[in-house]
Design a protein. Structure first.
Length: 192
């Protein structure tokens, strides 16, 4: 499996050599807030307004967000054996079933013994935001850009982005989501 943030087109030539691509989609607003408006090698944003404007335009350091999301979404429909598309809100809702799905996709499903011994639950605990947030490297570590690793951890709640935007911003964002995903069959839950 190949972890990446790259547009699908970059991987197409190699798609058949990888065991598969796992794409876990996060809301664009979630990404904006999680990164606190600053990325390595990217000019820091001056405000949430500037960051929000970039989000609405789909401007990210990894290319146009909507093109990337829809590229992986369509690939997952065309080649489900090679591309597994998961949504953060679905992981939050049922992590155990989704961990099983990931293991099966990778060709290493959990055994009955592992399930009975609580291996899936332990993986869920180890990968939880609470556990990751409290790792020493994430509490005190700093990226080469100077950005603290702790900046990447918020509440991890579906729809929490609404607490950071004024109503007109939220309305504009939801309109853009609807427009960009129209006709694709892809939907997102935007609140709890």
């Amino acid at each position: 499996m190949k972890p990446c943030h790259s547009p699908l087109e970059i991987l197409v030539a190699r798609l058949f050599t990888y065991a598969g691509i796992l794409w876990i989609n996060l809301s664009l607003i979630f990404i904006l807030l999680a990164c606190k408006f600053k990325q390595e090698n990217v000019k820091p944003l001056s405000s949430i307004d500037e960051g929000f404007d970039n989000v609405c335009l789909g401007i990210l350091s990894h290319g146009p967000f909507w093109d990337n999301v829809l590229g992986y979404w369509k690939a997952s429909l065309e080649r489900p054996d090679k591309v597994l598309f998961l949504k953060y809100e679905d992981l939050k809702e049922d992590i155990i079933s989704n961990l099983k799905k990931i293991a099966e996709f990778l060709g290493i499903p959990f055994t009955d013994k592992e399930e009975k011994e609580g291996v899936i639950e332990e993986i869920s605990r180890l990968c939880s935001l609470d556990n990751l947030r409290n790792l020493e490297v994430n509490k005190n570590g700093v990226r080469t850009s100077g950005l603290p690793n702790s900046s990447f951890f918020r509440k991890g709640e579906v729809g929490d982005w609404e607490n950071y935007l004024i109503p007109s911003m939220a309305e504009n964002y939801l309109k853009i989501v609807e427009e960009k995903l129209s006709g694709s069959g892809l939907t997102f839950r935007t609140s709890q």
